[in-house]
Ligand binder design. Structure first.
Ligand code: FE2
Length: 460
């Protein structure tokens, strides 16, 4: 039987957990690069039940721990409740999202895997799930699952919570495609306690994937990707995109109530990932990767990255919302296709200048051939291209301790080459991308490109 594209090549699964210390290095790992690069990924523990989707697999974290100029590799499954149940059962207990939703499954309709995102907060990683589930606490550098986070959440937490680098508060959202309230929003304070939580009554159940934060506001995305209405009327559940519904951006004071949200409408679109947001007087701006129509009526004849019926053709955009007049301006910054963008997280709530956007490969499975370093101040960009047949997932920016400027630090990226069955990490000087990597580190096995990565500094 043909294997699913997201089970093959650079997306291949890993069937063991291992640890490998003092990896081979070409170049020199900077002495002051102390911390953990960690990447979440979907890696089924058992053979899938029914058709597989890239988003279905159990969460597995791959990590590189840098200390004193050395690098150590480790991977571990996230021990979610579902993982343990399936481990005990010796088989998959859930079908994936390509199969009809099984509302009669005694364990719940969909498996909560925490496989999507990793957020560094209060000295540990929080693993979260795209479809909104229990956030799991992961110890670093051991990658031991400490259990669900003790946040006393009223519901769940979706992937992409955001940490304010100045206050250490964590802003999060949750959503449901099955029951009201369709959306929730909250704040975890710097002590790790739930300090604010509200439900937001959206007109329809949609699939939001990210938020953005400024010092005073959180930007909520209400974009028309959700259940296909025609299919739903016929009793079927299928994901669709309704281009007749505008994009809605809700700007809520950090600890605001639902009635405090100022909604702005813009041209219909979908956004997987935001890069940054900032305030300028009474204006709030958002920079993100925008997809004009993720489920076009006439699918593209070109080779584009796909997630089954969803096309990934994103372009870099900026929206500016005027809180006084209610006006919105929308501006395309670049038409090259990039996704999984990252920036210096220390600048997350400021008008940041740089972002590091992986360049989408001309293939049907999502992978990246390099990345662009955008300078949003000058409008210029610089590209870093990987060697042929090497692809990466998300890159991270690791700031130099006591950094002098926003791009004073390193870009860390892990590449895979399925032909050679290898993976390697590159550490690049973010201010000198035209130079050879500072260090190239060979991993002991080929790891999948995965989903989101995080830099977690350790030491002083
Ligand atoms: Fe994401």
């Amino acid at each position: 039987m043909a294997r699913h594209p997201y089970q093959n090549a650079e997306h291949c699964w890993v069937d063991k957990e291992l640890e490998s210390r003092n990896l081979g290095v070409r170049g020199t790992i900077p002495q002051d690069l102390e911390g953990v690069f960690a990447r979440n990924s979907a890696n089924p523990q058992h053979s899938p039940k029914g058709r597989y989707h890239w988003f279905d697999g159990d969460g597995m974290i791959h990590s590189l721990h840098f200390e004193s100029g050395r690098a150590h590799y480790r991977n571990r499954y996230i021990r979610t409740k579902a993982f343990e149940l399936e481990k005990d059962a010796g088989e998959a207990l859930w079908t994936g999202i390509m199969e009809p939703v099984d509302l009669r499954n005694p364990h719940g309709p969909v498996k909560d895997t925490a496989n999507t995102d990793l957020t560094h907060h209060r000295g540990r990683l929080i693993a979260t799930w795209w479809l909104s589930g229990a956030p799991y606490e992961i110890e670093i550098p051991s990658l031991k699952t400490l259990g669900p986070c003790d946040f006393s959440l009223p519901r769940t937490m979706a992937a992409h919570p955001k940490v304010d680098p100045n206050t250490n508060e964590l802003m999060f959202f949750d959503y449901s495609l099955f029951k009201k309230p369709y959306y929730g929003y909250g704040v975890i304070n710097a002590k790790g306690e739930l300090s604010h939580s509200i439900s937001i009554d959206l007109p329809r159940a949609h699939i939001p994937h990210d938020i953005a934060i400024t010092p005073n506001y959180t930007i909520i995305l209400d974009l028309p990707l959700g259940w296909d209405r025609k299919a739903l009327a016929a009793g079927k559940r299928r994901i669709g995109f309704d281009k007749s519904i505008p994009a809605r951006f809700g700007i809520i004071p950090r600890r605001g109530q639902s009635a405090d949200i100022q909604w702005f409408e813009a041209n219909s679109c979908y956004i997987y990932h935001t890069i940054s947001a900032y305030e300028d007087g009474r204006k709030v701006s958002l920079v993100a990767c925008r997809i004009d129509d993720p489920v076009p009526e006439n699918p593209s004849k070109k080779v584009v990255a796909r997630l089954d019926n969803i096309e990934l053709v994103p372009e870099l955009y900026r929206w500016t919302f005027d809180l006084e007049t209610g006006a919105v301006t929308e501006e395309k910054i670049d038409d090259r296709q990039t996704e999984f963008p990252r920036s210096n997280d220390n600048y997350l709530t400021r008008k940041s200048r740089y972002s590091y956007n992986p360049l989408i490969a001309p293939k049907e499975d999502l992978s990246f051939t390099g990345f662009l370093k955008y300078d949003l101040k000058t409008g210029l960009s610089e590209s870093y291209d990987y060697p042929e047949n090497w692809y990466s997932g998300e890159v991270v920016f690791a700031p130099r301790p006591k950094q002098q400027s926003e791009d004073d630090g390193w870009v860390i990226t892990v590449l895979s080459n399925a032909d050679e069955g290898q993976s390697r990490a590159l550490i690049l000087d973010a201010q000198n991308l035209d130079q050879e990597p500072v260090a190239t580190i060979d991993l002991p096995l080929q790891i999948p490109l995965g989903f989101h990565a995080e830099w977690a500094p350790l030491g002083s």
